[in-house]
Design a protein around this ligand. Sequence first.
Ligand SMILES: [Zn+2]
Length: 254
Amino acid sequence: MSTRYIIKKIIDRLNLYSILLFNPAKEYFKCPICDYSGPFLDIKPPTGLRKNAKCPKCGALERHRFQYLVMKNILSNIDTSALIMLHFAPEPFLKNFFFNRFGQYETADLCMKGVDHKVDLQELPFKDQSYDFIFASHILEHVLNDKKALYHIRRILKPNGIAILPVPLVANKTIEYPEPNPKEAFHVRAPGLDYFDRYKQFFTKVELIKSDSLPMIYQLYRYEDRSQWPNKQCPLRPTMQGERFIDIVPVCYA
Ligand SMILES: [Zn+2]
């Protein structure tokens, strides 16, 4: 365990105590990943404050809890013991979950250390129809030629294979950036609710699962003030009204 990780854990714990001390009325939620029950932490990325975002016990964010619930549901109906899975930019929250279920589990990323395959999504070196299940969350918003990436994902997927390809939804209509924005972790676009239309030309069926279709107790919304966009950090994200926003997990069938 690194010193940085331990310090982060201590800060989260202190934040939690201060929430309970100064705001005892704060809403209680449940984390499906670690079974924690209690208030979630607010976080402050460069793009602005996100309320009730983080589980103080395991660190899972809204999208991790949501994706975990969706995966648990999908995989409960499939015998995965003989299936091969490829996990891009593997999240620690989901790694063990997948590893324990699939017959063969492999990881991939362009920059991350310790993965099985150091690869670029736009030029995947794998043979056609190599994998039964592909998971790549919050990656395509970093990829300039996303159509090429989608082509390769579809190409390496076996018949009856499934690809789960969520992106952050931060606009109504997708906006392409002229260059990657370092303040948004080098995103090359602001994906909108229309973004998953791009998947339809590559996959037979794209099922969109919405976060508000699952129980509120898991807190799967993004509580975010988007009326302050565009700003210095995200100059091309459009203004959006409302105080909380839904998320979507696209389930793509080969
Ligand atoms: Zn948790």
